[in-house]
Design a protein. Structure first.
Length: 346
C-alpha cells in the first residue's frame, strides 16, 4: 500500500526526530516541532495507521513510536534527499590524504580513520582486490648475509616487499641473476598463475636454489592474497556511544566479530558489485548485525572498481550524510591510489 502525502510527511518527521534524539516520538512532539499543519489528535491517528502498516513500532506501553526497518527502507528509497558536504567538511577530509603515503596499506588505514572521524560510526575499508594483476618485475635485494628483500612489482603499479632467508653463500650477483631470470621468464603472467609456473617450468640452473625459489613463490602468493587481513576496521568503540548498543554483553559479542574482520570482509567483498548499498537492520544476513545498518560504496583505480568501503551504525543513522561522506572519501581514495599506481608505472 502506498502512503499518502500526509502519512509520508509525518513519517519523515518521526524519522528526522528519532535520528537526532533516539527517543520514542509522540504526536505532540511532531505537532510542536514541525509545520505540518495538523492537530495532535490527527497526527496520533495517522501514527496509529502507520503502526498498523508496519512503519512504526511502540517499544513501551504509553510511550511514543519509533521507526521500523520497513520505515527506514521506505525513507531511503522514496523520501531521502541528496546531501552534500560543506566546504569545511570537504577540506577536513582532504587533510587525511594530503600527507605523502607510499604504501597502499597506509592509504587504506588513513581512509578508515577519515570515515570513522567524519561519521562517528565504525568504518571498514577493503584493500584493492588484485586477482587480475600481472607480474611486471621481481627484484631480490640483499640486506644481510642470510636475508634478502623480495620486491614484487605488478602492472597495476603495486609493489609488495617481503623479507626472505637466502641459502648460505648466495651473494648479490646470484640474487641479481635469479631476479633477472624470474622476471624474463614470468613477466606478463597473472601473479596467481606464476607460482605454479615457476615450479613447473623451473630452469635447470635454478633448481639448485629450489627451496629459495619456493620462498619467492610464497611471497608472490602473499602479494595478492585475499581475506580478512585485507580489511581495515576503525572506530569499533564508537558504537558504544549510541543507546542501541548499551547492552554490554551484546555489544561485546558484536564488537568481537568486527575486530576479527571476517564479517566486514564478507560484506565488503559482496559490496564491490554495486556502487552504493544500504542494508537496514533485519535485512542483514548476519545475526549480530540485525540491529544495525551497513552503508557501503566502491572505489576505483583508474576505470576499474577494485575495492569498497563503508560504515556500520545504528538503524537511525543519517543515511543521506553518510552516503555523501562515503562518496567524497571514495573519490579521494580513488584519486590517491590511481596517482600512486601511475607513478609506479613510470
Amino acid at each position: 500500500m502506498e502512503l499518502d502525502m500526509r502519512k509520508m510527511l509525518i513519517l519523515q518527521a518521526i524519522i528526522d526526530d528519532y535520528t537526532l534524539t533516539a527517543a520514542p516520538i509522540g504526536s505532540r512532539t511532531i505537532s510542536k516541532r514541525h509545520e505540518i499543519g495538523l492537530s495532535s489528535a490527527t497526527i496520533r491517528n495517522e501514527m496509529s495507521d502507520l503502526e498498523e502498516l508496519g512503519f512504526l513500532e511502540q517499544p513501551h506501553t504509553s510511550a511514543g513510536r519509533v521507526p521500523s526497518d520497513k520505515a527506514y527502507r521506505l525513507y531511503v528509497n522514496s523520501i531521502m534527499r541528496h546531501a552534500s558536504l560543506t566546504e569545511q567538511e570537504a577540506r577536513y577530509i582532504e587533510r587525511y590524504f594530503s600527507t605523502a603515503l607510499d604504501r597502499v596499506e597506509d592509504v587504506v588505514r588513513q581512509t578508515a580513520r577519515a570515515i570513522s572521524d567524519m561519521t562517528k560510526y565504525t568504518s571498514m575499508v577493503l584493500s584493492p582486490q588484485l586477482h587480475g594483476v600481472k607480474l611486471k618485475h621481481i627484484q631480490l635485494v640483499p640486506v644481510s648475509d642470510n636475508k634478502a628483500l623480495a620486491v614484487i612489482v605488478t602492472d597495476a603499479g603495486i609493489a609488495k616487499d617481503t623479507f626472505l632467508y637466502v641459502p648460505p653463500g648466495t651473494g648479490a650477483g646470484e640474487l641479481e641473476r635469479l631476479s633477472r631470470m624470474l622476471t624474463e621468464r614470468f613477466s606478463g603472467m597473472k601473479v596467481q598463475d606464476v607460482s605454479e609456473a615457476i615450479l613447473r617450468e623451473m630452469p635447470l640452473e635454478m633448481r639448485q636454489q629450489r627451496d629459495f625459489v619456493q620462498s619467492v613463490v610464497k611471497a608472490l602468493g602473499t602479494s595478492v592474497s585475499t581475506g580478512k587481513s585485507n580489511v581495515e576496521v576503525c572506530g569499533t568503540t564508537n558504537l558504544l556511544n549510541y543507546p542501541e548498543f548499551s547492552d554490554l554483553e551484546k555489544a561485546r559479542t558484536f564488537l568481537s566479530s568486527l575486530e576479527e574482520k571476517e564479517v566486514p570482509y564478507e560484506m565488503l567483498r559482496a559490496a564491490t558489485k554495486v556502487e552504493f548499498s544500504i542494508t537496514i537492520g533485519s535485512e542483514n544476513e548476519k545475526p549480530d548485525l540485525k540491529g544495525s545498518s551497513v552503508v557501503t560504496a566502491t572505489y576505483k583505480i583508474g576505470d576499474s572498481t577494485t575495492g569498497s568501503l563503508g560504515v556500520i551504525g545504528p538503524t537511525r543513522m543519517d543515511y543521506a550524510r553518510v552516503l555523501a561522506v562515503l562518496r567524497h572519501i571514495g573519490n579521494s581514495l580513488s584519486g590517491v591510489l590511481t596517482n600512486m599506481f601511475e607513478e609506479e608505472r613510470k
